[in-house]
Design a protein around this ligand. Sequence first.
Ligand SMILES: *[C@@H]1O[C@H](CO)[C@@H](O)[C@H](O)[C@H]1NC(C)=O
Ligand SMILES: *[C@@H]1O[C@H](CO)[C@@H](O)[C@H](O)[C@H]1NC(C)=O
Ligand SMILES: *[C@@H]1O[C@H](CO)[C@@H](O)[C@H](O)[C@H]1NC(C)=O
Ligand SMILES: *[C@@H]1O[C@H](CO)[C@@H](O)[C@H](O)[C@H]1NC(C)=O
Length: 391
Amino acid sequence: MLATLVAALGLAGSASAQAFPDHTIITNISPIMMGRIDPIIDPGKVGAHVHTVLGASNFRSELNTPQEMLNAQCTTAAVTADKSNYWTPTLYYMHDNGTYEAMSPFNTRIYYFTTNETNMNPFPPGLRIVAGTAMSRDLSDVRMRGVELHCGDKPDLFHPWLPNGTTHPNGCNDLHVGIRFPSCGLANGALDSENHFDHMTWPVESLDYGPEGPKYNPNGPLCPPSHPIKYPTIFLQAFYKFEEKHGRPWRAGKNNVVFSNGDMLGPSFHGDFVNGWDPTVLTNFVKQCNTPNGAQDKPQNCPAWAPSFNQEASRQCAYQGMLPAEDIGLYRAINELPGCNPLWPADGPVQRERCSKPDPGFAGPNRFIGIGNERRIPVYLPNAGNYTEML
Ligand SMILES: *[C@@H]1O[C@H](CO)[C@@H](O)[C@H](O)[C@H]1NC(C)=O
Ligand SMILES: *[C@@H]1O[C@H](CO)[C@@H](O)[C@H](O)[C@H]1NC(C)=O
Ligand SMILES: *[C@@H]1O[C@H](CO)[C@@H](O)[C@H](O)[C@H]1NC(C)=O
Ligand SMILES: *[C@@H]1O[C@H](CO)[C@@H](O)[C@H](O)[C@H]1NC(C)=O
């Protein structure tokens, strides 16, 4: 079992890096919370769909200031100088009887690629980066270039498609759900923009565009003149298994998974990042662990990160905030995806309209659900007093 796990992780590393030290990975980062919160897209409100959130403990529906982020009690990142938050739509398992269960990854890794040796800059405090489009599956939209899904146990390339009964008749026992973030920023260091994308863009293959415009290379070293400031490229990758013993077998010939926004196809997967790094540590990181001095999957070997490396502190870290007062399906299967997120099948429309349902409001957690043996996720279960079996 352990050998299989190690082999799977090794494969994931080599698939994106060819063992060239152009990256350092925050390994084994686990969720701090799961729920309908999105301080970039829906500040101050219950968000549109459930997110799996990593990082700082004081995540909340309002955007924290850079100083507030630094003041978080703790983070689920083993490099504790990283008080950033990272969030993506939650993956749901679809049971045979039509119910949904939130899946927690058995591992998540955050890669920091530092591919340009001469132009590599720390993120400014409070920088927001959004990769992908939650309401659109338009493959020609450049914003969705970072969606990288694949099956680690099959000869499979990175693509924006969730595995399904047609593409993976024999299953996908090692689903890798990845999102790469744009890494070229404006010269004025803008922290955000109207659509939350335009203050950033992807690196380009060359500065010599033809009439068809730039050719993007999402993990490349070269930024276009419109967005000349190169930052590290964040690549977040979560690993899931389908196992009979956990009541989530691969059901042959069926759609087994759906994202929390209803997308059964995959291209609307997306990721959000808010920079909460200790500025000195991040500045030292881009100097000391820049290509070719990336520490790869040993973040403690990066001199800038070593002093704050503390796996135990990251495991102990507990969420400080409130939750939408609803069952997200982590404890048991639910009848529909939280919020207004009807299934969005493969043959559905390219764009989805936002709809709404009564707002559940916020409450403090009333249960903690174990995921793996390391972490307990806070949840709010309506009428929790009825669920005597959980006490
Ligand atoms: C649906 O199936 C799941 C998984 O077997 C089970 O936990 C749940 O109780 C079932 N729900 C209903 C309404 O049958
Ligand atoms: C790194 O960025 C600089 C400044 O934009 C650029 O001149 C250089 O070509 C880039 N390096 C590579 C390998 O693309
Ligand atoms: C399965 O996924 C492929 C894309 O990889 C898609 O073209 C097809 O429509 C999907 N089928 C179903 C039933 O969702
Ligand atoms: C569960 O609890 C709520 C509020 O405490 C109560 O109104 C409801 O009747 C209970 N349901 C059952 C099945 O006991």
